[in-house]
Design a protein around this ligand. Structure first.
Ligand code: ZN
Length: 253
């Protein structure tokens, strides 16, 4: 299987054989470059399963999909998202950033009462999260779990890595906390989208049974397309189910 452990063992073995067999430096450079490329690919593709298991879709063949929102809560846009979800009767999963939680406790309680679930999206969402040591990653995860537990009274089990980046340190921290990594298989790219029609068309065009869609409840463009997205997906025969039901995993301990 193409994962970090087997690839590393294979590369070390190949390198030893190569050196013993009198390889030229070009071959060694090529091997090291190939290895580095694989490591980077594994790190940036959340569905690669390269460093750790990450649930990125449901297994259903039915036209069922789940929407998830990252990076909130936000006093303005999360509230607008909740209003739309309530009007459309769509359940969602919110992967929250820890440092934003305390100020928006009321919003979280509302979301919980309306049947949505929560996951952990790190405390800092720092750009350098992928370079943190195991203890620091674990500390971030525990901080968020504690804050969420104080507000909603439940211990969350789902973790979504910031930027979708995985590596051996994040893998170990997730294992140590007993959490489950949950990714996506449709990335809306709503944080960089400029055009509402294009964003809507690209997400609708990517829909498939068991899909987990990644949106951000911090983006006004996402709020703007959400009603049309829900209606169009339903017109295409899709049913919205909550993430934990789609992947058949418990969201809380
Ligand atoms: Zn994020």
């Amino acid at each position: 299987m193409l994962n970090f452990k087997t690839i590393t063992i294979a590369v070390i073995a190949l390198l030893a054989l190569g050196i013993a067999g009198g390889w030229g430096w070009q071959n060694i450079v090529l091997l090291v470059f190939g290895y580095a490329t694989l490591l980077a690919w594994g790190s940036y593709r959340i569905d690669s399963q390269f460093y750790m298991p990450v649930i990125c879709s449901g297994t259903t063949k039915e036209k069922q999909i789940a929407i998830s929102f990252d990076d909130g809560p936000d006093a303005t846009t999360t509230k607008q998202v909740l209003d739309i979800l309530a009007a459309e009767k769509v359940p969602a999963a919110f992967f929250c950033i820890g440092h934003k939680l305390t100020a928006e406790a009321a919003l979280l309680l509302r979301a919980a009462a309306e049947g949505h679930i929560f996951g952990n999206h790190s405390n800092s969402h720092a750009k350098g999260f992928g370079f943190f040591r195991v203890a620091r990653v674990r500390e971030e995860l525990l901080q968020v779990n504690e804050k969420l537990e104080k507000i909603i009274g439940r211990k969350v089990l789902f973790f979504r890595p910031p930027f979708g980046v995985t590596n051996p340190n994040i893998a170990r921290a997730v294992r140590q906390t007993g959490m489950k990594a949950v990714g996506w298989n449709i990335r809306s790219l709503d944080t960089v989208a400029q055009n509402e029609e294009k964003l809507l068309a690209s997400v609708l065009g990517a829909l498939k049974p068991g899909a987990i869609i990644l949106f951000h409840d911090t983006m006004p463009i996402t709020v703007n397309i959400l009603p049309a997205f829900i209606d169009s997906a339903r017109n295409l025969g899709y049913q919205f189910v909550r993430l934990d039901q789609l992947i058949n995993e418990k969201a809380y301990a």
